[in-house]
Ligand binder design. Structure first.
Ligand code: ADP
Ligand code: MG
Length: 698
């Protein structure tokens, strides 16, 4: 077997490759662009492009593409070959600096929320030199941002880079105030844990709901679910292990730091976690990971389901966004540290996050909003839709003591003073055990657990970075004017805790009592996409994004429209798929079953007059009645869709209608269908059932 170290990053135009292949001066100039965002001049770009092309061709590449993340959530690529014709009818392989730096995909069918219409139909892609180019298949992929000609972001990367710049600006101001002269940049880091399901491809291919929507729209529970907790961390089955091995190998070649893998709680559910890295790279890597998971699963006769809720009755899949802030000197700013100085700085950054999460609960909820994720956040399994923070008892007690000016702990009978006293050590492990919290402090980072498995991590990190940048901006403003730094700092921390402690909750987030308590505290509980999206455009949020130059109001409105539109479209596809399955497969199958029962009854009676036909007759009665009921539910759903076709309404009203009317009609249809499935002859069920799907991979 190849050792990981020799395989790792072999398909990446990494720093090591650049150092080796670029002339020294070119390398240095490129580094300045990467580290300080300096403009790269054309001559330098030409040299870099040429070296990149030679390297890629040696690795078997024939094409290049600007790899970008439009607002659809997937990644997009349009391949161009390196071929350039010569005058004498031959070809040479070329790749210019211009082609590296900027592209013009004909991207008119990507969603723009109306942005492009007002400017030009075309958008352009621009190289993100901080994320390395890589080879996928026979194509050199260049990570790029995607914008309109007016400069509006049409993708997920542009605002993410802007938000990283915002937090860098404000965190640098704060660090300077603490006397830090070494740090030149501050970056956020992310390690996203990715959950997914694996099912047999043969079974997947027989289920229109999985094919069209990624989740099962019908399906009675199997006799066994996840109640025994025997899958979590259990032995990995050989087929799955082989898949994981293959996946890791491919990810390592691409420089993705795939690290841990294990079975998750639900049967057929698994998780992959990488080692954390800089946020924009982590986002690119997560997109690649999802793409490779799906591709490699197919090679193993499996299908990887990334939907947030593929199966009712067992856990859905999420993505845990482990997030922290680091300096280029290697310091983690969310690590408490050992000295009063480090502690004080830590407490201020901690407060920045507390304030950000409280002030922008709505945006955090919106950042994870999708039709698929509504199934998790509204239900009683994943983090609830209420955003709150878990800090652990020790840290919470310390904050309490600071807020109230009381002594902390029994040994030092002293009042804890920020910047003077040392924080007591709190054991890291005790911070990590609350699995129900949507936003947990885990010793030296935060774990935001509301993300859906299918989502890009960009959205959540755009909000986190920007919201924390805003708290830091306020602190830097106050501290720069301060006459007594320590006094002002202490007051800042105390006042922040006082105003924002309502967001801290260390209890069980699944508890019904918490919902009431949260309401008393004035926290938001936005269960669905149409519930939360209107908050996106509130003046407070528009002001936040504008102040930090992350989104203009126009860009926010465009995203708002796209999210709503996407939500309605998904529900529509689901509803239509359900009707299709009910009318063309399920009802005919059950009707055939009742006919069989009738024939059996007649045959039995003919063979043996007076014979007991209770079972068949009862079944016939029950199934016929349930079929009647199910048929009626298809009519209700059809009517609901029809009525929508006949009314003019805006995006929000439409989404609300889908959520309130269409979605409940879908649920009722499902209940009726699943009830028949649970009593009817298995042979008549036209699809692989839940048992087959969840326990089929052996
Ligand atoms: P868990 O108990 O949730 O599995 P781990 O310690 O294994 O916790 O970490 C989970 C994820 O958190 C990994 O992807 C890891 O790389 C990431 N992580 C660790 N430290 C940081 C950090 N400073 N910034 C961002 N992510 C981090
Ligand atoms: Mg975790």
């Amino acid at each position: 077997m190849n050792t990981i170290t020799t395989v790792f990053g072999t398909n990446v135009f990494s720093d090591a490759v650049m150092r080796e292949r670029l002339p020294r001066e070119t390398y240095k100039q490129l580094q300045r662009t990467i580290k300080q965002g300096r403009h790269l001049d054309n001559a330098v770009a030409n040299v870099v492009a040429n070296a990149m092309k030679d390297w890629a061709i040696e690795k078997g590449a024939t094409h290049f593409t600007h790899w970008f993340q439009p607002m659809t959530g997937i990644t997009a690529e349009k391949h161009d070959s390196f071929i350039t014709p010569t005058d004498d009818g031959r070809v040479i392989l070329e790749f210019s600096g211009k082609e590296l730096i900027q592209g013009e995909p004909d991207a008119s069918s990507f969603p723009s929320g109306g942005l492009r219409a007002t400017f030009e139909a075309r958008g352009y892609t621009a190289w993100d030199p901080t994320s390395y180019a890589f080879i996928k298949g026979k194509t050199l992929c260049i990570p790029t941002a995607f914008c309109s000609y007016g400069g509006e972001a049409l993708d997920k990367k542009t605002p993410l880079l802007r938000s990283m710049e915002a937090i860098n600006r404000q965190a640098m101001r704060v660090l300077k105030l603490f006397g830090d002269t070494e740090t030149t940049t501050v970056r956020t880091t992310v390690g996203p844990e990715q959950e997914y399901f694996l099912v047999e491809r043969e079974m997947f291919d027989k289920r229109p709901d999985l094919i069209y929507t990624g989740r099962t729209l019908f399906g009675a529970k199997a006799p066994k679910g996840q109640e025994l907790d025997d899958h979590y961390f259990g032995t990995i089955k050989t087929r799955v292990a082989e898949f994981m091995e293959d996946l890791n190998a491919e990810l390592w070649k691409l420089g993705v730091l795939a690290k841990t893998e294990h079975n998750e709680v639900a049967p057929a559910q698994h998780e992959l976690a990488p080692v954390f890295t800089t946020t924009n790279i982590a986002a690119d890597h997560n997109q690649l990971t999802m793409e490779l998971m799906q591709r490699i699963a197919k090679k193993h006769g499996l299908v990887c389901l990334l939907h947030e809720k593929p199966f009712a009755g067992v856990n859905g899949s999420g993505k845990h966004n482990n997030w922290s802030i680091s300096t280029d000197t290697g310091k983690n700013l969310l690590d408490p540290g050992d000295t009063p100085y480090e502690n004080a700085q830590f407490l201020l950054f901690l407060c920045a996050v507390i304030q950000a999460v409280d002030d922008y609960q709505d945006l955090l909820r919106i950042s994870v909003a999708s039709a698929g994720n509504d199934h998790r956040l509204g239900a009683n399994e994943a983090p609830p839709a209420i955003v709150s923070m878990f800090l652990g008892t020790e840290l919470t007690e310390i904050l309490d003591a600071i807020e109230k000016g009381e002594e902390y702990g029994s040994r030092e009978k002293e009042i804890y003073k920020v910047g003077v006293h040392i924080l007591p050590r709190f054991p890291k492990d005790s911070t990590d055990r609350n699995r129900t919290s949507p936003f947990a402090f885990t010793g030296n980072k935060f774990e935001f657990r509301m993300l859906g498995s299918n989502d890009s991590i960009s959205g959540a990190n755009i909000v986190l970075n920007t919201a924390v940048a805003e708290s830091l901006r306020q602190y830097a403003d106050a501290l720069e004017k301060a006459e007594d730094f320590n006094e002002t700092l202490h007051a800042l921390i105390r006042d922040t805790i006082r105003s924002h402690k309502r967001i801290i909750f260390n209890g069980n987030g699944y508890d019904a009592a918490w919902v009431e308590e949260a309401q008393r505290r004035g926290l938001l509980n936005l269960k669905t996409v149409p519930d939360c999206l209107p908050y996106f455009t509130s003046p407070k949020n528009v002001a936040l994004f504008a102040a930090h130059k992350v989104f203009s109001e126009t860009e926010i409105r465009a995203r708002y429209d796209i999210l709503l539109d996407n939500y309605s479209k998904i529900l529509n596809i689901e509803a239509v798929t359900m009707l299709d399955m009910a009318k063309k497969d399920l009802l005919p199958a059950y009707s055939a079953y009742t006919r069989r029962l009738g024939e059996t009854i007649s045959a039995k009676k003919a063979a043996l007059p007076g014979v007991d036909c209770t079972y068949e007759e009862e079944q016939l009665k029950k199934v016929s009645a349930l079929c009647g009921c199910m048929y009626q539910k298809t009519q209700v759903l059809e009517d609901a869709l029809l009525r929508l076709d006949q009314t003019e309404c805006d995006g929000l009203a439409r989404a609300r209608y889908y959520q309130q009317t269409v979605f409940s009609a879908m649920n009722e249809l499902r209940i009726a269908a699943d009830e028949i499935e649970s009593i009817a002859d298995r042979k008549f069920y036209p699809y692989p059932n839940y048992g087959d799907l969840l326990f089929g991979v052996r």
